[in-house]
Design a protein around this ligand. Structure first.
Ligand code: NAD
Length: 430
């Protein structure tokens, strides 16, 4: 049993809120740390973020008045390199959510063995109700507030929900104006002409597909025999579904925040996505039935890929899932209570910190290319991504077998073990 200096703190929150992402992360961390017999000093250091930054961001709105937004950047761990992770714009972002996401980045980078720590940012705002000018001013002032804390060797942000290549271009430009020279490697997920990487936009969806390609072999399935249900149709879900469709998978359902569509014979994904782009909704798409956001998760399929947001699979609905493989494109789509139910049902989980690690892997490639000033072809990017994802999947499977644990526990154990080794070698500056 690990002597835990934070035992009281843990007892206070453990199990109180199934849907608190930081609690979910901590519960899994604790279990993996215990199984590894993690040294108590390392445990104490690794369990908490290195730094939590809160900023208040004044923005002149188009109407002329000033509105002040609350923003966060959490830097979870630097043992293996600069912090790395996206920035999310949403009305319901919380510090606990950003803390969890930053920790997941630490474990994710370690699982795929890229030399980064973990970070994440968020701003409480409703980007859909803001003009492009307001979003630009918000992004630039947020960047200015964080100027001493980010940088190619310190912390490298990227897009996440409701942020995109344009957001990254504004951050890169603001940072560069302060540095008095162009610093492309301060963010990843930039537009390709200003230092972005070919293949980055599709990387998370493509990485997800590479892990699904490996997982279906366990069930003796080929892509053509495999039905896939995708929740979410944004960067991960939409592009992931598109790539899987192209590869031969049968995508039977897809959704966005307002609900989804289903056709048991398979959907023409390119057509569905252009319908969505034109109409801003999936509703009314002719070749399919309508399904609600909760129904879509319970459809019969071989692979269920939640690619939207956290807490979609909980103790309330896990029992009703009807899939063989759960491929977690989103971060934290499953709660720890649901994990147990899925385990008992025999669902094979490709845990988020592996399944969606294609994004950070190509972000790493982008950072490397920016620093070299030499850019790779898309084929090279995709081939190196595939090598990384397949190797990581197999390493994880091997680790799970060796320790006789499920794939999520194995992913946490593998990641914690790597971060612990590096922390031990560097020593704790205490
Ligand atoms: P996105 O904004 O491009 O797309 C999100 C999709 O989910 C949209 O279709 C949206 O309508 C839908 N959605 C949002 N809230 C929902 C809800 N409550 N219920 C049902 N559907 C909902 O975002 P994204 O970049 O595709 O990210 C999706 C998830 O993947 C997030 O958890 C994100 O952290 C994770 N992720 C993204 C990347 C990346 O490279 N973009 C990398 C790793 C992980």
């Amino acid at each position: 049993m690990i002597k835990n200096p934070m035992a009281d703190e843990m007892r206070r929150f453990k199990g109180t809120d199934e849907k608190n992402p930081f609690e979910a992360m901590s519960e899994r961390f604790d279990r993996a740390a215990q199984l590894l017999g993690l040294d108590p000093d390392l445990y104490a250091v690794m369990r908490v973020p290195s730094r939590e930054i809160k900023v208040y961001i004044p923005v002149r709105m188009d109407s002329g008045h000033i509105e002040v937004f609350e923003g966060f950047r959490v830097q979870h761990n630097f043992a293996r390199g600069p912090a790395k992770g996206g920035i999310r714009y949403a009305p319901d972002v919380t510090l606990d959510e950003v803390k969890a996401l930053s920790a997941w980045m630490t474990w994710k980078c370690a699982v795929v063995n890229v030399p980064f720590g973990g970070g994440k940012g968020g701003i409480i705002c409703n980007p859909h109700q803001m003009s492009i000018g307001e979003l630009e001013r918000l992004t630039r002032r947020y960047t200015a507030e964080l100027i001493d804390f980010i940088g190619p060797d310190k912390d490298v942000p990227a897009p996440d929900m409701n942020t995109n290549e344009q957001t990254m271009a504004w951050i890169m430009d603001t940072y560069s104006m302060h540095a008095r020279h162009t610093v492309t490697a301060v963010v990843t997920g930039k537009p390709v002409p200003i230092g972005g990487s070919l293949g980055r936009r599709e990387a998370t969806g493509r990485g997800l597909m590479f892990t699904v390609n490996e997982a279906i072999k366990r069930f003796n399935l080929t892509p053509e025999q495999t039905s896939v249900v995708v929740q979410g149709s944004g960067n991960v879900g939409g592009l992931g579904a598109s790539l899987m469709h192209e590869y031969g998978y049968k995508i039977t359902a897809i959704s966005d925040i307002n609900g989804g569509i289903y056709n048991k014979n398979g959907l023409d994904i390119p057509e569905v996505l252009s319908y969505l782009q034109m109409n801003k909704t999936l509703e009314g798409y002719k070749e399919a039935d309508t399904v609600s956001n909760s129904e879509i998760l319970e459809l019969e399929c071989d692979v269920l890929a939640p690619c939207a947001t956290e807490n979609q699979i909980t103790s309330e609905n896990a029992e009703r899932l009807n899939c063989k493989i759960l491929a977690e494109g989103a971060n934290g789509p499953t709660t720890p209570k649901a994990d147990q139910i899925l385990h008992d049902k025999g669902v094979f989980v490709i845990p988020d910190i592996l399944a969606n690690a294609g994004g950070v892997t190509v972000s790493y490639f982008e950072w490397v290319q920016d620093r070299m000033g030499y850019f790779w072809s898309e084929d090279v990017v995709n081939q190196r991504l595939e090598e990384k994802m397949v190797a990581s999947f197999n390493e994880l499977s091997h680790f799970a077998q060796l320790h006789n644990v499920d794939s999520r526990t194995a992913a946490y154990m593998l990641a914690i073990d790597r971060v612990a080794y590096d922390t031990r070698m560097r020593g704790i500056y205490a």
